[in-house]
Design a protein around this ligand. Structure first.
Ligand code: GLU
Length: 415
């Protein structure tokens, strides 16, 4: 992570779109800051018998369109400003996907790689207990994100249900299927990414069965994007990486062998099915599709000029800084902005919440079909808006989303 403050990035992106929209000052001012932020410190018993205090955040950015929604990150570098930025992006994400939620986000400052399963369970429970008064199925609904997973969501749902004294599956999404999760949630973010790439390829005239792909980040979003882009679009994945570096092979990589290597050795960088490259080299590869799928601030003013891909599909949240955005736009790189590109995860979270509330569960096919419709519609709204207004796709996505949130705020009498 470099030192660009993600919340300043989020505010600058909003300001840019607000200017093009000629947004009223009262609305703009309201949208520049979160409605509510919670900082909690809670105690956890560690395996060695000691007690540690952990810091957690939950930000409810804007709830004009419905209860706030968004994931939880367990990350050693987590800060309130990162969470605020991510909560702002969730607000635009749910709006662009047209699902009845506001935006929220949370996080705990911790390093899951150094914690046992039992410690992770106690942290998950401790955090939910600490924020239990502020969340709920009609208030604020957490989900997984960086370094959190379905098992943790199960512990959190259980803890909340105990505190509430009632089985409450809809308070949290991204749960395992056996305890109220939705079919298709596991790879939903990546599947949504793939649908938007398919639509963008139609617009750009890219032949997908001849297209090459490079993926930066090999966690949930990166790995599933690699698998699904081959399966559903017949593209060739030529490079993948993680925080320690990557591998490239022009003839295509064996995605599953690379994953197995990472599981065994902790990194994909030493996988022998290709030549070693750095993350910066991967970002500069001459491919049709580049997918940043890790964390924020990877395409910056220092390397944006080197990006040679025809299309950048942002599976990660906040991978591109505002300066880099300008460079990509000037160079004619087609960007599918994060909160549009990766909206598939929260969209299937919404489906999960609907199923939980109805106690009636859908088939995988129903989930995929409805997700495809939502993503395709959202993509077209943004693409068409960008063409009409002659602006970059990110600004167009902001314009679409801001209008929906602003309209709800006005109708509810806030501004
Ligand atoms: N963490 C995911 C995101 O950034 C999913 C959020 C959710 O499902 O609520 O979109």
């Amino acid at each position: 992570m470099n030192d660009v403050n993600p919340f300043e990035t989020a505010q600058r992106q909003l300001d840019k779109a607000a200017e093009v929209l000629d947004l009223e000052e009262s609305v703009h001012e309201a949208l520049r800051e979160p409605m509510r932020t919670f900082v909690v410190n809670f105690q956890v018993k560690m395996d060695d018998g000691s007690t540690k205090t952990f810091k957690g955040f939950r930000v409810q950015y804007n709830d004009a369109l419905g209860p706030t929604k968004g994931g939880l990150r367990f990350h050693p570098d987590e800060t309130l400003d990162t969470v605020k930025a991510l909560a702002a992006w969730m607000t635009w994400k749910t709006a662009v996907a047209d699902i009845p939620y506001g935006g929220g986000k949370g996080g705990v400052v911790c390093n899951p790689k150094e914690l046992s399963q039992d410690e992770l369970e106690r942290i998950s429970r401790g955090y939910i207990c600490a924020i239990s008064n502020f969340i709920g199925e009609d208030r604020d609904i957490p989900a997984p994100d960086v370094y959190t997973n379905p098992q943790m969501m199960a512990w959190m749902m259980d803890e909340y249900s105990k505190v509430a004294g009632a089985y409450s599956p809809a308070v949290i999404t991204g749960k395992p299927v056996e305890v109220g999760g939705s079919l298709g949630r596991g790879d939903a973010t990546a599947r949504g990414v793939i649908y938007t790439i398919r639509e963008a390829a139609k617009e750009l005239g890219i032949k997908l069965d001849e297209a090459t792909v490079a993926i930066q980040g090999y966690g949930n979003a990166g790995y599933y994007s690699a698998t699904l882009i081959q399966q559903l679009l017949d593209c060739t994945v030529v490079a993948v990486s993680d925080s320690q570096g990557g591998v490239v092979n022009e003839d295509g990589l064996d995605i599953d062998a690379a994953k197995a290597h990472k599981n065994e050795n902790g990194t994909v960088a030493t996988y022998e099915g290709g030549d070693r490259i750095t993350n910066n080299e991967l970002l500069a590869l001459d491919v049709d599709v580049l997918i940043p799928a890790a964390i924020e601030n990877v395409i910056t003013e220092d390397n944006a000029g080197d990006v040679s891909a025809t299309m950048v599909a942002e599976a990660a949240n906040g991978p591109t800084t505002p300066e880099a955005d300008d460079t990509l736009y000037e160079n004619g790189v087609y960007v599918i902005p994060d909160f549009l590109c990766n909206a598939g995860g929260v969209t299937v979270s919404y489906f999960e919440w609907v199923q939980n509330r109805n106690r009636y569960y859908w088939t995988e096919e129903e989930v995929y079909e409805r997700l495809d419709k939502k993503m395709t519609k959202a993509f077209k709204d943004v693409h068409n808006r960008a063409q009409q207004e002659d602006v970059d796709n990110r600004t167009a996505a902001y314009m679409v989303s801001i209008e929906k949130v602003a309209q709800a705020m006005k109708l509810r009498g806030w501004v």
